[in-house]
Design a protein around this ligand. Structure first.
Ligand SMILES: Nc1ncnc2c1ncn2[C@@H]1O[C@H](COP(=O)(O)OP(=O)(O)OP(=O)(O)O)[C@@H](O)[C@H]1O
Ligand SMILES: [Mg+2]
Length: 277
């Protein structure tokens, strides 16, 4: 399948969603037609260190967006602000069109709607693969254990390791553990998936299998923001690359444009380094 098919499908999905919302006339659900995530002039400092500097960013429903940039540029902090793990100092963060509310209950609701996958898989070592996946929906969403198990099985199928459900994380390869982590996040039916360098702790032969799962997710219309150095993935599977340096969005655009016609010197240098290293 060509690279454009996935993004077209994703776009068609999100457009269908927007149309359905529009057809419901005056009684539009909050946030219909607006970006799933919107940041306006978001800034964040740690002490004297200005880590995010007036970030303007919109993540449309169904979009797969890659965040790229040098180490320390603020990529992880940006993701952590989006799911409320960090509060922003100034500017505005919206989810589904509504300003993010940092009070306890609202924040847990927000986090339940956003799946996060980290470099380190963070699976519970004393639980089987299935129990790792079942836990969130049962404890956090009141799903029955039986339904959660059925769903866990489907999700393991989807990430390509249905045979691992009774095993413990330590008996799985890194690539398999990361696929379990993705299944666990998906079990919560998130509206958004955030990935923070999901393949950078993996041996090279396992990177592909994780990226393939992510590519399929993007193709199926999941809204995702992915911090990664895997520019092959960025090129094939994402709609847009956002390049950030020193806490600022320097440039953003479709992958082809970014790789071949970067406008800023900093983005050009970054592309050169990544392509020729
Ligand atoms: N909790 C924190 N307390 C203090 N400083 C922090 C904290 N988190 C991040 N920083 C600082 O903020 C800056 C940006 O960090 P961040 O982790 O967002 O960068 P990054 O782009 O994800 O880098 P990398 O590619 O190395 O993961 C760095 O200078 C970092 O030291
Ligand atoms: Mg980081």
């Amino acid at each position: 399948m060509g690279p454009s098919n996935g993004t077209d499908a994703a776009r068609a999905d999100s457009e269908a969603g927007a149309e359905m919302a529009a057809e419901s006339g005056g009684a539009e659900p909050a946030g219909a037609g607006v970006a799933l995530v919107g940041l306006r002039e978001v800034s964040k400092s740690f002490g004297e260190n200005l880590v995010l500097n007036r970030i303007d960013l919109e993540i449309e429903r169904g979009a797969a967006v890659v965040i790229a940039g040098p180490s320390g540029s603020g990529k992880s902090t940006l993701l952590r602000c989006i799911n409320g793990l960090e509060s922003v100092d100034s500017g505005e963060l919206r989810f589904e069109g509504r300003p993010v509310d940092y009070s306890g209950k609202a924040l847990s609701r927000l986090r339940a709607e956003i799946g996060m996958v980290f470099q380190q898989f963070n699976l519970f070592p004393h639980m089987t693969v299935r129990d790792n996946i079942v836990l969130g929906p049962v404890k956090g969403k009141g799903v029955s254990r039986e339904d959660a198990r059925r769903r866990a099985r489907e999700l393991l199928e989807r990430v390509g390791i249905p045979e691992k459900e009774d095993e413990f994380p330590a008996d799985l390869s890194g690539g398999q553990q990361q696929r379990v982590a993705i299944a666990r996040a998906l079990a919560m039916d998130p509206k958004l998936m955030l990935f923070d360098e999901p393949t950078s702790a993996l041996d090279p032969e396992m990177i592909r299998e994780v990226l393939d799962v992510m590519r399929d997710l993007a193709r199926d219309g999941m809204t995702m923001v992915v911090v990664t150095h895997e520019m092959g993935f960025a090129r094939e599977a994402c709609d847009r690359i956002v390049f950030i340096d020193a806490g600022q969005i320097v440039e953003q655009g479709p992958p082809d444009e970014f790789f071949h016609e970067a406008k800023s010197t900093r983005a050009k240098e970054f592309v050169d380094k990544i392509i020729h290293h």
